[in-house]
Unconditional design. Structure first.
Length: 139
């Protein structure tokens, strides 16, 4: 599991000062990007290899509100990794450690023309590194 921290901006909240639900998907992307960077890979590096990894499914469950000015910790885990797909889970925690939201995202690997690729063949280094980072039931 990897973590990233983020201070909530005013523009991310609604009239009640609560983070708008749509922003959680952005938080998940930031955490996933940070996870990849910590593992030594970035989206631009994958794209330079001709690989894109779009979201195929995403969900979020809200447990407690996050408000303007708070700093949250977003924990991310790579829960599954196959030659054609991967999945992540997320936990958003408040400064006091309370669970604020949980989520999951699923991704596939495509070439620049949008065709599925076998990531193990296309980017063996990426596959080797990320296969060791799986922290879930399919490990």
């Amino acid at each position: 599991m990897k973590s990233c921290f983020r201070k909530i901006n005013y523009y991310e909240t609604d009239k009640m000062g609560v983070v708008h639900h749509s922003n959680y998907f952005r938080f998940f992307e930031e955490a996933r990007t940070s996870f990849m960077e910590q593992a030594g890979f970035t989206y631009p590096r994958l794209e330079a290899e001709g690989i894109i990894s779009p979201v195929t499914a995403i969900s979020c469950r809200f447990h407690r509100p996050v408000k303007y000015g708070e700093t949250v910790r977003i924990d991310v885990r790579l829960t599954s990794m196959t030659r054609t797909r991967c999945a992540f889970s997320y936990e958003v925690l408040g400064e006091d450690g309370t669970l604020r939201a949980t989520g999951e995202s699923e991704h596939c690997y495509l070439d620049a023309s949008g065709r599925p690729v076998n990531i193990q063949r296309t980017s063996p280094e990426f596959f080797a590194v990320f296969s060791t980072l799986v922290d879930g039931p399919e490990k």
